[in-house]
Design a protein around this ligand. Structure first.
Ligand SMILES: Cc1cc2nc3c(=O)[nH]c(=O)nc-3n(C[C@H](O)[C@H](O)[C@H](O)COP(=O)(O)OP(=O)(O)OC[C@H]3O[C@@H](n4cnc5c(N)ncnc54)[C@H](O)[C@@H]3O)c2cc1C
Length: 605
């Protein structure tokens, strides 16, 4: 492969005991953005270490294949049993590939409302509110609309002013399925606002782009946009197929820890070595593996580390706490009188699929240039439910520790931080500025529903017998009964919506979970029994939250790990409260801002 990045592979031996200005674990979405920006300064050397390899397969690049999971480039991790979900375990979706989640994700692109980011600032993170992030959102993306005829035919709207001319290409494909129009329009008929995706208030039903480069009709991921264009920089190195086992520290006479580098192992032959970062050691291993790496390196809750026989370098209860994800349930309706073609035609009609493949090969148009979908409804609780006040009142009346993992009852900082989050959530649940739920809009009867602001919190801990193996990922979904109540309201909304006159042409019949299920608890258990709900939406976050330490934070608003010098975190584990949005747009902006913060710190030295 002389011309591909695989062919330019950096030899493991060439980094043996070497020192760089920055060493970064994780060549995923945030790691590659930060590496690009830090290596803009030619005098600074940057080494990125990534466990996975380069994936240039059609599964990773052709939009239609984003409808399936790209298993080859995902870790085979399974969650801990979920007590409120019949103790079932679930596949934890994390990309194991250069580009990380950006290569295996569903390519849906959207942003939270301003209030979602302002919540981060309200938690004590200066500069991380909407105003502080907006320039970075613009710096990252370039938008291409669909053709004018598609815009007219389907009624697609967009807001150009929410984009700049950054490296990641996002677009709404010109190829759209005819059923999209009536299904999208049904939201207007219900009186739901139809804003344009962008800033301020993406609340209502709106069109969203995908991370698809319109010029090539292929995935625009972090490797292609942030790494490939700068890979010839002599001061930027990417070491793939290599696992970071541990963070190395030094300790001064007063016991202060300074991060020095990493112990790494080659996945090819199991040999190990050390690499060092003289300016900073940066964690970009993602929402599941950054907390894991901190714990195996001796930073984490004392009881978790001791149980796994890991020497405690610093008791840090914040590591692996405040773990969050969105929670989807896959409701669906059987539809009659669908237009032809529709997204299922590719699977059901081999001739149609063959002609779609040929069309894509010829000029990158047609059904294969369409991804998973281009619209979603993000609703406030008020828009979703007439019971929003009564249900929210239950949150206010709760003693939070009754519905949180055990550690919150004895670590005051975690408790205090949760109470602050809960107060912000109360405002979001009652107000008009933030979404509580998502209903992805697809040109089919797949009518998923997603909790966007769950109250429950999970943990990431260590496998006590094999701490270096995959961590114990415990989502703890639905521990808080309000999350079950919101799920119930979502189902009832969806049922009413699909029974509305504007969708009567399809004679929809509920398939999942089935109309016989009515109460909140029955609905939850029916989804679980039918395997149509998961505690995760592949948006793991919060396990090393950015918050003041007295609120249970793990990193400060300058992204430095408390109690350690020269160690920072830039990935999804820092999000203190998950925004109501698919995460990638946010993570690109967060990483751009993180790079600026790290650069400034270095300038100040
Ligand atoms: C299946 C799936 C579907 C998704 N769908 C969407 C979507 O449609 N829209 C959207 O907006 N978002 C989506 N996301 C989420 C989005 O892609 C992530 O939020 C984003 O990639 C997170 O960026 P990150 O840098 O924090 O982590 P990642 O991108 O996951 O990067 C972390 C990297 O670190 C590497 N790593 C971890 N541990 C080690 C170690 N010890 N040594 C070496 N390397 C290590 C991993 O291999 C990985 O490449 C999806 C994610 C997945 C997995």
């Amino acid at each position: 492969l002389p011309h591909s990045p695989q062919g330019r592979r950096l030899a493991f031996d060439s980094v043996r005991n070497q020192t760089y200005d920055y060493v970064i674990v994780g060549g995923g979405l945030t790691g590659l953005v930060v590496a690009n920006r830090l290596s803009e300064d030619k005098t600074k050397s940057v080494l990125v270490i990534e466990n996975g390899q380069v994936d240039e397969s059609p599964a990773a690049s052709i939009p239609t294949f984003s409808q399936n999971l790209n298993i080859k480039s995902l870790y085979p991790i399974t969650s801990a049993p979920e007590p409120r979900m019949a103790n079932r375990t679930y596949d934890v979706r994390v990309g194991n590939v250069v580009g990380g989640g950006s290569v295996v994700n569903g390519m849906q692109f959207d942003r939270g409302s301003n209030a979602d980011y302002d919540a981060w600032e309200d938690l004590g993170n200066k500069g991380w509110g909407w105003k502080g992030l907006e320039p970075y959102f613009k710096k990252t993306f370039t938008f291409t609309p669909p053709s004018e005829s598609t815009q007219k035919e389907i009624g697609i709207t967009y807001d150009d002013s929410a984009y700049g001319n950054g490296p990641v290409q996002v677009s709404i494909p010109t190829y759209q399925y005819p059923d999209y129009k009536p299904i999208f329009d049904s939201w207007r008929d219900k009186g739901i606002p139809l804003p344009k995706e962008g800033f301020a208030s993406p609340l209502g039903a709106f069109w969203t782009p995908n991370t698809i480069n319109n010029a090539t009709a292929s995935r625009s991921d972090a490797r292609i946009t942030y790494y490939n264009p700068v890979q010839s920089r002599p001061n930027l190195k990417l070491l793939i197929n290599t696992h970071v086992d541990e963070i190395l520290f030094s300790k001064d006479t007063e016991g202060h820890l300074t991060a020095q580098g990493f112990k790494i192992t080659s996945n090819t032959d199991g040999t190990t070595t050390h690499v060092f970062g003289s300016q900073e050691v940066i964690l970009a291993a993602g929402g599941v593996f950054t907390p894991h790496l901190l714990m195996v390196s001796g930073l984490g809750p004392k009881d978790v580390l001791t149980a796994a026989k890991i020497h405690v370098k610093r008791d840090t209860p914040a590591v692996g706490s405040n773990f969050q994800d969105h929670v989807p349930a896959y409701m669906s309706f059987n539809l009659s009188n669908r237009a032809w073609p529709n997204p299922d035609t590719l699977a059901s009609n081999a001739t149609f699929n063959a002609s779609a493949a040929a069309q894509y090969a010829k000029d990158r148009t047609g059904p294969w240039s369409f991804g998973r979908g281009n619209a979603a409804a993000f609703l406030t609780f008020k828009q979703l439910s007439s019971k929003y006040k009564t249900i929210t009142a239950k949150i206010a009346a709760q003693e939070p520790v009754d519905f949180l993992p055990k550690r919150y009852s004895h670590v005051h900082a975690l408790y205090a931080g949760y109470v602050r989050q809960r107060d912000i959530l109360l405002a979001h649940y009652l107000g008009d500025s933030a979404a509580i739920v998502e209903l992805p809009i697809q040109p089919t009867g797949r009518a998923s529903i997603v909790l966007q602001k769950p109250l429950s919190r999970g943990t990431i801990t260590l496998n006590t017998t094999h701490p270096q193996s995959y961590p114990i990922v415990f989502h703890n979904a639905f521990q808080n009964p309000v999350d079950v109540a919101v799920l119930g309201e979502l189902v009832r909304w969806n049922r009413k919506h699909w029974a509305s006159p504007s969708l009567a042409r399809y004679s929809p019949v509920e398939n999942v979970p089935g109309v016989q299920y009515q109460t909140d608890e029955d609905l939850l258990q029916a989804f679980v029994a039918q395997n149509q709900i998961t505690p995760l939406f592949a948006h793991p976050s919060g396990g090393c939250s950015m918050m003041p330490e007295e609120l249970g934070g793990c990193v400060s608003d300058t992204l430095e790990v408390y109690g350690v010098r020269k160690l920072s975190v830039v990935d999804a584990s820092i999000l203190p409260m998950i925004p109501a949005a698919h995460l990638q747009a946010t993570m690109y902006a967060v990483a751009e801002k993180a790079a600026d913060i790290i650069k400034q710190r270095q300038h100040a030295q």
